[in-house]
Design a protein around this ligand. Structure first.
Ligand code: ADP
Ligand code: MG
Length: 263
């Protein structure tokens, strides 16, 4: 039962204060090709409400494509992906609304360069969630304060450090009240001294019960915050286990080899 079943919950949950609930993001038999290239192979993965899943694996193994498919930035050729029971529609207003349920934080912060920090955080809620401007602004300020950059609200992204920009990107994702947030190597583009300020924010979110799928090689984060580690190679999920077992006793040769290179 690689996807984990109800009976596994207690064992898998390394965050005792957060109970993992019913399946929220479910991928069933997902196949994805880029032309001839088979990038996701028979992916089955179920992420429960409140669960934090770390996805790890060599470059080119399909981790980003997995995230992008969940958010429908990529279309899959077969299988299904549901968020809270609903498949993502292929286009239109319904897609925008459902996509807003899935927050995304990228390696390159992807903030709007010509908007201020607070504008970056209010745009989505006003346009997609139809929030009133003052309400969106208040909420944005609350979130910016929560991630420690409230005093940067009127600056432009280029005036902030990478670590600050990434925390703004997290606040922007939170502003949409997503059901799940996907993080695709959120600290890979950061200078080493800024990695922890971003991981600390992510750890807090995890502790507060946010459902998260996190592509990262940060073992400390996985050990502190993850319920489960999923190891991908060549488009397949080769291994799934709790972080401690994965890092101390990986089962597959591919995982052993990978860990020997990053540790
Ligand atoms: P990872 O994030 O694990 O490094 P990716 O999901 O980015 O892996 O890529 C998986 C495979 O798909 C790689 O071989 C990559 O070159 C290929 N790929 C990714 N995006 C595209 C694309 N838009 N067009 C064609 N090939 C792609
Ligand atoms: Mg990637």
């Amino acid at each position: 039962n690689p996807a984990g079943g109800p009976g596994d919950e207690v064992l898998l949950n390394s965050r005792p204060t957060v109970a993992v609930g019913e399946p929220l993001v479910v991928l069933s038999d997902v196949e994805k090709y880029f032309g001839e290239l088979h990038v996701l192979k028979n992916i089955n993965l179920s992420v429960g409400r409140g669960e934090v899943v770390v996805v790890i694996g060599p470059s080119g193994s399909g981790k980003s494509t997995l995230c992008r498919s969940i958010n429908r930035l990529e279309t899959i050729q077969s299988g299904s992906i549901t968020i809270d029971g609903s498949p993502l529609p292929s286009e239109g207003k319904e897609l925008a609304r459902l996509r807003a349920d899935v927050g995304m934080v990228f390696q390159q912060f992807n903030l709007f360069a010509h908007k201020t920090i607070v504008e970056n955080v209010t745009l989505g809620p006003v346009r997609v969630r139809r929030k009133a401007k003052t309400e969106a602004h208040d909420r944005a300020m609350e979130l910016l304060n929560r991630v420690g950059v409230g005093n940067q609200a009127d600056k432009y992204p280029a005036q902030l450090s990478g670590g600050q920009q990434q925390r703004v990107a997290i606040a922007r994702a939170l502003a949409m009240d997503p059901k799940v947030i996907l993080f695709d190597e959120p600290t890979s583009a950061l200078d080493p001294e800024m990695i922890n300020e971003v991981l600390d924010v992510m750890i807090k979110l995890a502790e507060q019960g946010m459902t998260m799928i996190v592509v990262t090689h940060e073992m400390g984060f996985a050990r502190t915050a993850a319920n489960r580690v999923v190891f991908m190679a060549d488009g397949e999920i080769l291994e799934e286990s709790d972080p401690e077992s994965f890092f101390t006793d990986p089962k597959s040769a591919r995982a052993k080899d990978f860990l020997s290179k990053i540790l």
